[in-house]
Design a protein around this ligand. Structure first.
Ligand code: HEM
Length: 472
């Protein structure tokens, strides 16, 4: 493991010290085009809570593990998702898990949970690995030192993986429609504090809603057709997520999902399930390119444990450093930097702050993961923070890339398994260098992504194996 002293000199993109003072209204509006969180003042990173105030309203940022625990778990019923945000998500996903009202959310979560359990996720691993190995073959065909936008590459890869794992044989057809529709939806995602404010929010959301509906028409038609086909061939249908959704019955009332509900969950999984993992991997590659010591440690683990072999799910426990790199990357650049805005229903107290009904409440992994009371030298990339035994010493809600409580990410196990396998396949064969002069800028569009992509140079670590070989 490398010495922290060397790394702390690195200037990582978007990690300048937080500003001392709150930003002006103009600067706030401007910041919504980039990474809004960069304008939040230092006090938020030092105190248990921070009240963000402007002419347009106020948001309570809860920055203390106990306070977060109260919002997301202990008193979760008092903090439903903000209504405007629900409307925004429904415009895109209908009433999928991210935006369904309480009773529907509960029933659907129960129906969907088995598709994301550890056993089921393990059964997806071969498809994840195969897809990634095929991707490595495409990289092999590129000339030496090829230039590539690794953000776009990781998006293409994770989209293929989500299609194959969730929709098996129909993957290709769906991927073609999904790529285009989701790209548009992502591009129009500028959801931020402005969208929840009463004066501005509704008009902004309506405009987005109309545009998104138009762009989702092709994908909707494809999904409805697939649902119809699966219903017809029930017994021979592939045992994947789509079949499970179509066949699902609530164990209590025996009621299943109708076609619209299935469509909404499919879109939700597409959207929530590939962009987040893609940005995670993009930041992993960026951080490795800036930290040769950590990169060498990763290569050493992969070479020792796998020695050029294609990984399987059984290898995962033997790749702790690979996991640590991903966990630390999600701390430094949380893929979802601000967990959905919540709205207090009744009066409450959070970290000594008297919450009144209607108060907007935000939990931000971006702030929590850099909080001065929780992390030592938080701007430093150091995977050893996640070494065995270290994570257990931290409060559960200090680190929350996947959220927490009943609304915790349903795809967390899937995402971690996928990220480790992608890294284990690709980092055995390739290393990526940041292209000279590429200016990495952060942008929050629900996910935290590099604003102008991430231009990298592809280097080979070892020559390509013969096709069909079990090595990478
Ligand atoms: C590194 C990758 C991922 C990250 C960082 C991530 C992060 C999150 C976070 C923070 C939430 C909670 C939002 C809230 O409380 O408001 C969430 C919810 C959710 N995620 Fe993920 N996610 C990832 C991957 C996935 C994958 C792979 C899937 C599915 C295949 C997925 C599906 C969902 C769904 C459906 C929800 C809503 C859960 C509910 O409200 O019941 N996510 N995710």
């Amino acid at each position: 493991m490398t010495t922290p002293a060397i790394q702390s000199k690195k200037n990582l993109a978007g990690l300048a010290p937080p500003p001392q003072k709150p930003a002006s209204l103009l600067a706030t509006v401007r910041a919504t085009k980039g990474n809004f969180f960069e304008i939040i003042p230092l006090a938020a990173y030092e105190q248990p809570y921070y009240l963000w105030k402007s002419m347009l309203g106020s948001v309570l940022m809860v920055n203390d593990p106990e306070g977060v625990r109260r919002v997301l778990l202990d008193n979760v019923a008092n903090y439903p998702k903000n209504e405007m945000e629900i409307k925004f998500f429904s415009a895109m996903f209908g009433e999928g898990l991210l935006s369904a009202p309480g009773p529907k959310w509960r029933a659907h979560r129960k129906v969907m949970a088995p598709s994301f359990g550890t056993r089921t996720v393990e059964s997806y691993a071969p498809a994840m690995v195969e897809t990634t190995v095929a991707f490595a073959h495409q990289w092999d065909a590129l000339p030496d030192l090829a230039e590539m936008d690794i953000a776009a590459q990781m998006k293409a890869l994770t989209l293929k993986i989500i299609c194959r794992t969730m929709f098996s044989s129909d993957a290709e057809e769906l991927a073609a429609h999904a790529g285009e529709a989701l790209e548009f939806a992502q591009a129009s995602l500028e959801f931020g504090l402005l969208d929840i404010l009463p004066l501005i929010g509704p008009r902004r959301i309506k405009r987005k809603e109309e545009a998104i509906r138009t762009h989702f028409k092709g994908m909707d038609a494809a999904i409805y057709r697939l649902i119809g086909e699966r219903e017809k061939i029930r017994h021979e249908a592939p045992q994947d997520f789509l079949t499970r959704l179509v066949a699902a019955k609530d164990p209590d009332d025996g009621v299943g999902l109708n076609a619209t509900e299935v469509r909404d969950e499919v879109i939700t999984i597409f959207m929530a399930g590939h962009e987040t993992t893609a940005v995670t991997m993009t930041w992993v590659w960026y951080l490795l390119s800036q930290h040769p010591g950590e990169e060498a440690t990763l290569h050493q683990e992969l070479d020792t444990v796998l020695g050029g072999r294609i990984p399987t799910v059984e290898d995962l426990p033997n790749l702790p450093y690979t996991r640590m790199v991903i966990e630390e990357a999600m701390r430094v650049y949380p893929p979802a930097p601000g967990i959905s805005m919540r709205e207090a229903k009744e009066a409450d107290e959070l970290c000594g702050f008297k919450v009144t009904p209607g108060q907007q409440v935000m939990v931000s992994p971006w702030i929590m993961h850099r909080h001065r009371r929780l992390w030592d030298d938080p701007e430093r990339f150091d995977p050893t923070r996640f070494a065995e035994g270290s994570s257990e010493k931290r409060p559960r809600f200090a680190y929350l890339p996947f959220g927490g409580g009943p609304r915790v990410c349903i795809g967390a196990t899937l995402a971690m398994t996928e990220a480790i396998l992608i890294l284990a396949v690709l980092a055995q064969r390739f290393r990526l260098r940041l292209k000279d002069g590429h200016d990495v800028k952060l942008q929050t569009r629900i996910t935290l992504r590099p604003k102008n992509g991430m231009m990298t140079i592809l280097e080979r670590r070892r020559p390509a194996p013969a096709r069909g070989d079990a090595t990478i």
